[in-house]
Design a protein around this ligand. Sequence first.
Ligand code: BGP
Length: 481
Amino acid sequence: MGDLKFPDGFLWGGATAANQCEGGYNLGGRGLSSVDVIPFGPDRMKVARGEMKMIECREGYEYPAHEAIDMYHHYKEDIALFAEMGFKCYRMSISWTRILPNGDDEQPNEEGLKFYEEIFEELKKYGIEPLVTIDHFDTPIALIKKYGGWKDRRMIDAYVHYCDCIFRRYKDLVKYWITFNEINMLLHMSFMGAGIVFEEGEDRQNVLYNAAHHELLASAKAVKLGHELIPGAQFGCMLAAGQFYPYTPDPKDIWDGFEKDRDNYFFIDAQARGAYPVWAFKRMEAAGVTIDMQPEDAGILKEGEVDFVSFSYYASRCTTADPEVFAKHARPGNAVFKAVVNPYLKNTEWGWQIDPLGLRITINTLYDRYQKPLFIVENGLGATDKLEEDGTVHDPYRIEYMRAHIEAMRDAVVKDGVPLMGFTSWGCIDLVSASSGEMKKRYGMIYVDKDNEGKGTLKRYRKDSFYWYKKVIESKGEDLA
Ligand code: BGP
């Protein structure tokens, strides 16, 4: 049994993002950010994808990020609960506009800086290591108005200035950093990922790949600056991962999956290898995409290689080159990644396919490709929970999901020998869903009393999975019963 333990120093924990849990959107001098204007309801996806312009809060709409679960006022209580579960690590993000309300103010907002400093001090009290995402679906509205978000190269300087402010202030408190959350999401949810609203007649591919270029340069510059300012700190990139499987053994399907994986790896190739892969230039050329490549850019990418590769994993994806088969078996609903249904897998209530072995496959693929330490910074099950009258929440389905995925991760570590730095379970406390804006889609091991209509006491409750995960961490992953 002994060899089933994860190594000492493995960073067990949970993950959240400012925009999905913090609330207090207009408090403490905070400026408006992209996520603050992404509404609940039928227009959400259109806005998140950059297909409907909404860069201010409008009458008649509900904006779940404004209050979220009000961690702004509850963080002490929440961190105490994380500590009770035995967290070694807490992944969170800093809200850019809490630090720089207009995104590029010369002087940072002291109240915002203080807020996160207090959080980091609180974590330190319990020996919890923060893992900080610098930009988790978070583009300042003022910069969207000024530059059109990441379409514009000037975003790089604004971002690096933001990094400079937080690196200097938190250099003694934060050792692990992630430059951009799910950087490949820029291709799928362009407003949420990069503050991009498509204009009439604009060449979308051209816009997207230039925005990607800007984010990649910004990431590289941040890594370089961070290494200079915070000796010993480690910087990671972050991928929305999940291998594409071919629907059939037809080589055309294999190639289709291969190409779709490459669309995502494109970003991580640049961040983890410090250069664009050669095929990317060919593909861009074929698609008529021209990147604004300045003479210094290749050097910037090279100097800004990340130390580790982090990723989210919820499901594998399945694809086919045959449009008719694709149409017939397409995943229903407003799926973020276009894919077909894999008949071998079960679905969550939200139609996400459950594939724990896919996690082992993904971990090994990423390690084969990059040979850098990996970090699973998101994984979990979004499900409906029921708060019982006695304050308990019975969530065996979540325990089952987590057990299977932790087992697969353990196989990758113990049997395959992949160096994995840690595992932070997504939405360790219930929070607002990024894709649907719902509270009902709960990932937490801590229940928060709030519903889709925004009603509830915001009181926190321990679910059954809370006690289960505590035991997993205590036993270093050996006891998953
Ligand atoms: C990832 C995001 C998270 C999170 C998660 C779950 O894409 O990085 O912010 O929300 O997915 O997705 P959802 O909230 O849509 O269920």
